[in-house]
Design a protein. Structure first.
Length: 254
């Protein structure tokens, strides 16, 4: 059950935020670092050996890009509930307005429900944001947003949209920086920062390396990941989420 946090006014309750089982994959949206080879190994079992609860699924019509038109609050907090714990992201519209607005709309629509961490590179970043439903992925693949100027650095805990390196190529995939990736600052504009739960981000399973295929995730969705990378199948149940207009400003130390 989601633990709601004490918050100032302007709370907007959003149902079913994020499902992020911990697996890895290689997307085409990020420049590859020179990471060491990671041996594939079986991830540890869930705590207590219990099976995860059923996952939330949305009809493609509920996740249509035409619905993503709202402007984000100037500062907002978003709770992500994963199979390994909660992660709280503080997003700032002043850092990257187009990025913050897209993030806000994706959260409101429930886009990230029952999605996966599909790429985790030790010392670099962890990435997610491909829908588990191929019909939904097809709707969003070409729905890029305008570029934002880079105002913050891709340092530890900062959250940024992935992109192809071409204009208006940011769609739904985002990543969290494990360390100082300021070399990305010429292109990748952070819109938020993890302010709680960075230990959960650090603990994302990295044993699959970059072996899952992003094209197959797009075309087959979670059916591909759950079949090929099924030890264990870290599904996620529907959770409540919370967006809060926050009085805080400026990056935090985590």
């Amino acid at each position: 059950m989601m633990r709601h946090r004490n918050a100032p006014p302007f709370i907007v309750e959003l149902a079913g935020l994020l499902a992020l089982p911990l697996v890895g994959c290689e997307p085409s949206f990020m420049p590859l670092p020179p990471p060491p080879a990671v041996a594939t190994r079986t991830p540890p079992p869930l705590a207590g050996g219990s099976a995860p609860p059923p996952a939330v699924h949305h009809a493609p019509a509920e996740l249509d890009p035409s619905l993503a038109t709202a402007h984000a609050p100037e500062v907002l907090l978003v709770d992500f509930t994963t199979t390994q714990g909660d992660v709280v992201v503080e997003a700032h519209r002043s850092w990257a307005p187009h990025g913050a607005d897209r993030f806000y709309n994706l959260v409101k629509l429930g886009f990230y429900d029952d999605t996966r961490f599909f790429r985790a590179v030790d010392g670099f970043m962890v990435q997610f944001g491909i829908s588990g439903d191929p019909a939904v992925s097809a709707k969003w693949q070409e729905q890029g947003i305008p570029d934002d100027p880079v105002k913050q650095s891709n340092k530890r805990g900062f959250v940024t949209f992935a992109q192809r390196g071409t204009p208006k190529s940011r769609t739904t995939q985002i990543f969290v920086n494990f360390g100082d990736n300021s070399r990305l600052d010429n292109t990748f504009a952070p819109f938020g920062q993890v302010i709680a739960g960075m230990d959960v981000v650090d603990a994302v399973f990295k044993g699959y390396g970059e072996s899952p295929n992003q094209g197959l995730i797009q075309s087959r969705g979670n059916a591909y990941l759950d079949t090929v990378f099924s030890e264990p199948r870290w599904s996620q149940a529907r959770r409540d989420s919370q967006v809060v207009e926050s009085p805080t400003s400026g990056p935090r130390t985590i």
